[in-house]
Design a protein around this ligand. Sequence first.
Ligand code: SF4
Ligand code: SF4
Length: 388
Amino acid sequence: MPDAPPGPLWLLAELTYACPLQCPYCSNPLDFARTRGELTTEQWIGTLREARQLGAAQLGFSGGEPLVRRDLEELVAEARSLGYYTNLITSAIGMDAARVRRLKDAGLDHIQISFQASDAALNDYLAGTDAFAHKVEMARAVKAEGYPMVFNAVLHRQNIDRTEEILALALDLGADYVELANTQFYGWAFHNRHRLLPTREQLRRSEAVANRYREAHGDRMKILYVIPDYYADRPKPCMNGWGQVFLSVAPDGTALPCQAARMLPGIEFPKVTEHRLAWIWNESPAFNRYRGRDWMKEPCRSCPERDKDFGGCRCQAWLVTGDPAGADPVCGLSPHRGLIDRVVEAVNGGGAGAVNAGGASAAAGAGTAGDIPAMLFRNARNSKALHS
Ligand code: SF4
Ligand code: SF4
């Protein structure tokens, strides 16, 4: 068994899978509606304490929508007393000005608000509900309370042409950081990838806008731009390596090296209700499964990049190739890169007409265009239907 790293630096507390929105790129598992139960307040507090003892210093409250939990303020206060730097990752639905103040009083350090687009029509189509006006109001409330604010927008084929308007909105709202994160294709996004992957030309234009904004406004607003890895030829160092710095705890207490990993086959992920976190991190078979190099196959096993990118993402390898121990298929050295290229080509050439049809201008759940399935929105009904 490889040596476990000293301890996680990051803890992501996915407090609930409940969410009033239904983003079609949501990273929650497709079968989220089948998971039963949520940790109690006491169980979360115990988890925060154990993770802090292990060395975790950064804590993200996420979901689903973490504001659904009425005990959020209590958990924030506990996190503060334990010495975490805390971040709330939210859609802002479930927030009002009084709650923004209460969270501040409880010691919350940082808020990240996600926007689906820069205007109400597209934002609310993608969110599946009227959310835009409230998000704008809450972003202003967050700034009025003096929080550092991250404005997050997941970019994809349906909204990437509005990069300029999205950045203008972020600037107007006084965002300190903007995260323009092109969709990564797991969970619901993988299911919808033919409709969400932008074209090469869209991506080029969008990056140029982001660079222009950086030059003009970089002193007021830091911009992080994440490209879709389907357009890269080397994979990202996913999570900085399996079980190296990141620990995620799902609403039902399942401990994961990344929030997408519970889809992987043949791994029994331990629960914080059944094991101590120290055992989970240091000794559990799940957290040791892809540590070190012994699990690697060729071409990663003998590749000079293997200690930099760790062979890429296990979830992407599993989703695209069916082999979770293979090289991430976005890698140009992977024998399966052709599976990614086929999607890229469909979006940029042959399948583009079909891919263009429908989308934001079509009603949610409208039929299919060509052989491209209709956009599937993340909600309990679709989750149950997929796994009935
Ligand atoms: S991505 Fe959208 S649907 Fe998924 S948890 Fe976040 S706000 Fe909810
Ligand atoms: S072959 Fe493996 S280790 Fe080498 S660059 Fe590709 S994914 Fe990374």
